[in-house]
Write a new protein. Sequence first.
Length: 227
Amino acid sequence: MNKSLLSPADIGFLVGLKAEASLLRQFFPGSPVAISGATREGAEKGAARLIASGVPSVVSFGLAAGLDPALRPGTILVPDAVVKDGKLYPCSPAVRRRLGADGRSGVVAGALLHSDVVVLTAEEKQHLALESGCCALDMESGFLAVAAQAAKRPFGVLRVVCDPADRTLPPAAGIALSPDGGLGAGALMASLLRNPLQIGSLIRLGSDASRARKSMQRFLEVKASAL
């Protein structure tokens, strides 16, 4: 089946990383994609660019951190709302259905929490879960939700859990990305030189990320084959 059948140019996507954009473009080659580089400024600018492009609907896509301990790496999320600064932004039911929230795909709904910073520790994830009631978090969806609401544009979220709620990430995970969404090799090496004991945790994180990407790819392939 031609993957381009799953490629409506009427959806624009905001992602954090180059790897997420590369996966997305296999299935949505006709859609605009903005990469935030996992920074607040990048996410705000990316959301604004998508809205300015005139695309009818917008979607936040990529990896997420689990807050619900039941969500393991590879769990597909199509949230029904995004929470940012204590405010709830409902996702468009029509966009959610297009993303696979049809009651048959095994995706998880619930609310997704926006965070302006990388949340590294299991203790902080637990605190945020209890405080917000959300099942997962990311660093782009809140900015897209705000921009979409202001522009009266339908929006949704398609994410996959990478690091689970009980996983504490090494310090390098919070500084290893370059502003364009790639890997900042210099910052990563400097962090490892300061604390070589992070290597084992980084390997586990890489394994989780690989599992998450494969799960998302399978999910998109199934959707493509069903068209």
